[in-house]
Design a protein around this ligand. Structure first.
Ligand code: SF4
Length: 466
C-alpha cells in the first residue's frame, strides 16, 4: 500500500487494509512480494498528482514480470480521472474513488475471479460508516486518526476537494465514540479527529455540535489527548475557542489555515473572512489559552497576487508569529474556479515567494523552540525515535531514545533519566515530563525529569501526568 497525501488518506488506507484482511491480504515489506498493490492518491496539488503518475508508471515492469499482480489506484486522483487512468496506464486493473472504499474487497474478488478491470467512482450523498472499524487496531499504536466527516461545501476557488471528496457529510456521534472506545481498548491514547472543516460538524444533519462531540470524547476513560484538523477560520466558533480552556484532554494546538494575508486575494479565493477577522480570532484564542500553538497553511502566487498582496502575507506572519506552517505554490487544479482567473504568476516568482515565506517561518519556529530550552514539558510517548529505529535496538545494554509530542504538537526526542521508574516495556502511551536540553528547528531533545511541567500556561497538562 502506498499512501500519498493528507491524514484523511492515511485513515482511508487503514480502512482499506482492514477491509482486505478477510481476503487474506496483509501489508508486505516490499512491492516485489505483493500480490495486490493499492496506491491511495492525492490531487490537491499538481506536484502530488505528478508523484502518483510517476509511481504508477514504475509499476509496469512488475506487472510484466507477474501478470497476476493486481494494481489498484484509489483516492482523489482516481475520483478525478476515473477511467482515463486505465487508458493512460494499461497495466492497471482497478480505479476506485473516495466513496468506494467499502466496495473495494468485492471489486478485488471480482478481478481475481473474472480477470477483468474495474472502475468504481460512484459518489454517495451521505458519508458511509466504515465497515472495518470493529477490531480497533491490531498493531500497538498510541495515536490514531479518526475521520468524523468528509467532503466540503466551501468551494474555495483553488481547491478540488468538493469535486473529489463530494459534499460535506458528518458521521453520527455514537459511531465515532464507539470507534474511539475500541481504539482506546487496543492501547490508543491520543486521537486526531479529521474533517475538511470540523467546525461545521453535524450542522447539516442536525447532529450535535463539534464542541459537544469533543465533550463526549473528553469523557472517554484512558484516552489522554484529543487533536483535530482542520478548522476553517470563518467557522471557528467562540464555543470552540472556550473549549481550549474547558476540556483538559484537548491539546493546546490549532491548525487554522489563513492562505493569504491580503483581503483582495482572500476574496478571490472565496475564503469568506478577512485578515482582520482572522487576527481577531487569534487574539481570542490567545486570551483564552495564552500558550496555544497556532499553525497555518499559506498559498503563494495565487492568480493576480501582486508584490503588495504578498507583502501583506509576510506582515500577517510577523503579527501572528505562527509555530509552524505549510506553504505551497499555487497550481491550477482541474475543475477549480481559479483555473479561469487571469494574472497567473510565473514559476520563478512563485518559487521566490515560497522561499521568503519558508525563511521567515524558520526564524519564528527556531526562536520559539529555543525559548523552550530548560523548560519541562509533558510528552506523550509514541515510541522509539526515528534515529533509534534505524539502529539495532535488540542490544539490551544500549540506551533507548524515545519520541513523543507535547500538547502543542512539538516533537521531543529524549532519553530516560536514571531515576525514571517506568520500564522500557511500559513507556509507550505514557505521559512523561521531559527537561528540554537542546532545541533544533523541527524538534526538541532532552531527558525525563521528576519535576512538574514548567509551563503553567498549558492548563490541563499537569493533570495528565501518570
Ligand atoms: S475549505 Fe476550501 S480549501 Fe478547505 S477543503 Fe473546503 S474547499 Fe478546499
Amino acid at each position: 500500500m502506498n499512501t500519498i497525501g493528507c491524514q484523511m488518506n492515511v485513515y482511508d488506507s487503514e480502512q482499506i487494509a482492514k477491509g482486505l484482511k478477510p481476503l487474506h491480504y496483509e501489508i508486505t515489506a516490499s512491492l516485489e512480494k505483493a500480490d495486490l498493490i493499492i496506491v491511495n492518491t492525492c490531487a490537491i496539488r499538481e506536484k502530488a498528482e505528478q508523484k502518483v503518475f510517476s509511481f504508477l508508471g514504475r509499476l509496469a515492469g512488475l506487472k510484466r514480470k507477474r501478470p497476476d499482480l493486481i494494481i489498484g489506484v484509489g483516492g482523489c486522483v482516481a475520483q478525478q480521472e476515473g477511467a482515463k487512468i486505465l487508458e493512460r496506464l494499461p497495466h492497471l486493473d482497478l480505479v476506485f474513488g473516495t466513496h468506494a472504499i467499502n466496495r473495494l474487497p468485492a471489486a478485488v474478488q471480482t478481478i481475481v475471479s473474472k480477470k477483468c478491470r474495474i472502475v468504481d467512482i460512484q459518489m454517495a450523498d451521505r458519508i458511509k460508516e466504515p465497515d472495518f472499524v470493529a477490531n480497533g487496531c491490531e498493531a500497538k499504536h498510541v495515536t490514531r486518526f479518526v475521520t468524523i466527516m468528509q467532503g466540503c461545501d466551501n468551494y474555495c476557488t483553488y481547491c478540488v476537494v468538493p469535486y473529489v471528496r463530494g459534499r460535506e457529510s458528518s458521521r453520527r456521534p455514537e459511531n465515532i465514540i464507539r470507534e474511539i472506545r475500541r481504539l482506546v481498548e487496543s492501547g490508543v491514547r491520543e486521537v486526531t479527529l479529521l474533517g475538511q472543516n470540523v467546525n461545521s460538524y453535524g450542522k447539516k444533519e442536525n447532529l450535535c455540535t463539534f464542541v459537544e462531540l469533543l465533550r463526549r470524547i473528553n469523557d472517554i476513560d484512558a484516552l489522554l489527548r484529543i487533536r483535530f484538523t482542520t478548522s476553517h477560520p470563518k467557522d471557528l466558533s467562540q464555543e470552540l475557542i472556550l473549549a481550549f480552556n474547558d476540556l483538559h484532554k484537548l491539546c493546546r494546538h490549532i491548525h487554522l489555515p489563513i492562505q493569504s494575508g491580503s483581503n483582495r486575494i482572500l476574496k478571490m479565493m472565496n475564503r469568506k473572512y478577512t485578515r482582520e477577522i482572522y487576527l481577531e480570532k487569534i487574539d481570542k484564542l490567545r486570551n483564552i489559552c495564552p500558550r496555544i500553538a497556532i499553525t497555518t497553511d499559506i498559498i503563494v502566487g495565487f492568480p493576480g497576487e501582486t508584490r503588495t498582496d504578498f507583502k501583506e502575507t509576510l506582515e500577517l506572519m510577523k503579527t501572528v508569529e505562527f509555530d509552524a506552517l505549510f506553504a505551497f505554490q499555487y497550481s491550477d487544479r482541474p475543475n477549480a474556479a481559479a483555473v479561469r482567473l487571469p494574472g497567473k504568476i510565473s514559476k520563478e516568482e512563485k518559487k521566490e515567494r515560497l522561499q521568503q515565506v519558508l525563511d521567515l517561518q524558520d526564524y519564528f519556529t527556531t526562536r520559539k523552540n529555543k525559548a523552550l530550552k530548560g523548560s519541562i514539558q509533558t510528552v506523550l510517548v509514541e515510541g522509539l525515535s526515528k534515529k533509534q529505529n534505524r539502529v539495532n535496538h535488540s542490544d539490551k545494554s544500549q540506551r533507548l531514545q524515545w519520541s513523543g509530542r507535547t500538547s502543542t504538537n512539538k516533537i521531543v526526542n529524549f532519553f530516560k533519566n536514571d531515576d525514571e521508574n517506568a520500564s522500557d516495556e511500559d513507556m509507550m502511551g505514557r505521559l512523561v515530563n521531559v527537561k528540554i536540553l537542546k532545541t533544533f528547528s523541527h524538534s526538541l531533545w532532552g531527558k525525563t525529569d521528576s519535576k512538574e511541567p514548567t509551563d503553567v500556561g498549558l492548563r490541563g497538562e499537569k493533570s495528565y501526568v501518570t
